[in-house]
Design a protein around this ligand. Structure first.
Ligand SMILES: Cc1cc2nc3c(=O)[nH]c(=O)nc-3n(C[C@H](O)[C@H](O)[C@H](O)COP(=O)(O)OP(=O)(O)OC[C@H]3O[C@@H](n4cnc5c(N)ncnc54)[C@H](O)[C@@H]3O)c2cc1C
Length: 385
């Protein structure tokens, strides 16, 4: 079918990349981007790092503008999808399409404070209000010790706050394994962060805005400011009832397709593996790479290359720059192939049958492209499955 009108729903890196890729690939029909944000696309990555620390301004975060021939409609929320009549419904009216890119990403998950009001960090408005609250807070409790929670803890320490992180597991262990996880926790301790591993669920306490967290034995950890960093939830509610397969995200095939004329990319997409398993890959690099692949597949169907995630992640915290390729996990024991974990730079490799399936670089100048080459793509996919 000839595509004349492509609609992209989303206002961040996957949406921007998809729109730009469509033009690069020669699509000369209309492109309409519907974003529910009030501001043009910006990078979220510094929101927990340099922007939270005040080292970068909001203007610095703005991504390159979309081409003039892309109709970017801000403050326009997609509220429903009719796949048969090919319409995206918004409050301002329905927008017709021949091809659709779903790039609605994810929002912050909350712990579930019974009075609402949890502080989270997902967008520029959250970042603004966190910074305002930080100005008067002297202590911060971060609930959740994943990449985001530990980055927030690191930045708050940099700002001189008294910082505690609480999680049900030792922070970063599930993502980076015991060895690297412990190395980063050591750096956090050295920076003055307290880490508490709660035996069971963590319950937020306090008024409208939480002022602490109850952990095992009724112990309450209190702080001037409590931030929840407990993961994300894909923005799929507007697709309920559309007939698309939603399984913790928009389920797509190897070409990022939910239908021949509908693709999804970025944090909202769940890619099915050949064995029936499926997973989201929420990361900045994945959003870019998958949006490129999705746009190409929309235009060229199966003559486009199937999408193969490179599984490249990075984080910066407590003076450590961590780059990783391969599926996150705590399996296996790495070999230190370069440098020293005690005194990075260090390069760690996880192998199976003589081939690397995961590599982690700590304060190592290796370029991402070279790091990716250390892990054959097919191999990291095989391990994932
Ligand atoms: C604070 C922070 C720090 C991070 N740091 C890193 C990092 O160091 N490294 C890394 O790899 N990743 C990092 N990430 C993750 C990375 O930012 C995300 O993986 C990436 O932004 C995903 O891009 P996306 O376009 O798929 O989705 P999102 O960035 O979630 O964008 C989705 C867009 O769609 C819009 N939208 C949602 N629903 C609708 C609707 N119904 N109608 C219209 N528009 C809608 C949203 O408002 C948003 O603009 C970080 C994320 C955060 C929040």
């Amino acid at each position: 079918m000839k595509l004349n009108r492509i609609v992209v729903v989303g206002g961040s890196i996957a949406a921007l990349t998809a729109a730009e890729t469509l033009r690069i690939e020669g699509f000369d029909g209309s492109i309409t981007v519907l974003s529910d944000e009030k501001v043009p696309p910006y990078t979220r990555v510094p929101l927990s790092k340099s922007a939270l620390a005040g080292r970068e301004s909001e203007d610095d975060l703005t991504l390159p503008a979309m081409s003039d021939d892309v109709d970017l409609r801000l403050h326009t929320r997609a509220e429903g999808l009719d796949v048969h009549r090919r319409l995206v419904h918004t409050r301002e009216g329905s927008v017709p399409f021949d091809g659709l890119v779903i790039a609605t990403g994810a929002r912050a998950r909350t712990v579930g404070h019974r009075r609402g009001g949890e502080r989270v960090l997902r967008d520029i408005e959250h970042s603004r209000s966190l910074r305002a609250d930080l100005a008067t807070a002297s202590s911060v409790l971060v609930v959740g010790g994943g990449f985001l929670g530990m980055e927030i803890a690191s930045t708050c320490r940099e700002l001189g706050k008294d910082v505690t992180v609480v999680d049900r597991e030792p922070p970063l262990e599930r993502l980076l394994g015991p060895l690297v996880g412990a190395r980063i926790r050591d750096a956090a301790h050295l920076a003055g962060v307290r880490i508490r591993v709660a035996a069971g669920d963590v319950e937020l306490v306090g008024g409208k805005t939480p002022s602490g967290a109850r952990i095992a034995n009724d112990e309450v950890l209190e702080a001037d400011m409590v931030v929840s960093a407990v993961g994300d939830l894909p923005n799929i509610e507007w697709l309920l009832g559309s007939g698309l397969r939603l399984n913790g995200g928009v389920l797509v095939d190897a070409w990022c397709r939910a239908r021949p004329n509908i693709v999804a990319a970025g944090d909202v997409a769940v890619q099915a593996g050949p064995d029936g398993s499926s997973r989201r890959t929420p990361s900045w690099t994945n959003a870019i790479e998958q949006a490129r692949a999705a746009a190409q597949a929309l235009l060229r169907a199966e003559s486009a290359a199937p999408y193969r995630p490179s599984h490249y992640y990075w984080t910066e915290q407590f003076g450590l720059d961590v780059k990783m390729v391969g599926p996150p996990g705590s399996d296996g024991t790495p070999t230190i192939s370069e440098g020293s974990l005690d005194c990075p730079p260090a390069l760690l490799e996880w192998h199976t049958s003589g081939t690397a399936y995961r590599v982690v670089a700590l304060n190592h100048g290796i370029r991402p492209a070279k790091l990716k080459r250390l892990v054959p793509a097919h191999h990291s996919r095989a391990v994932l499955r």
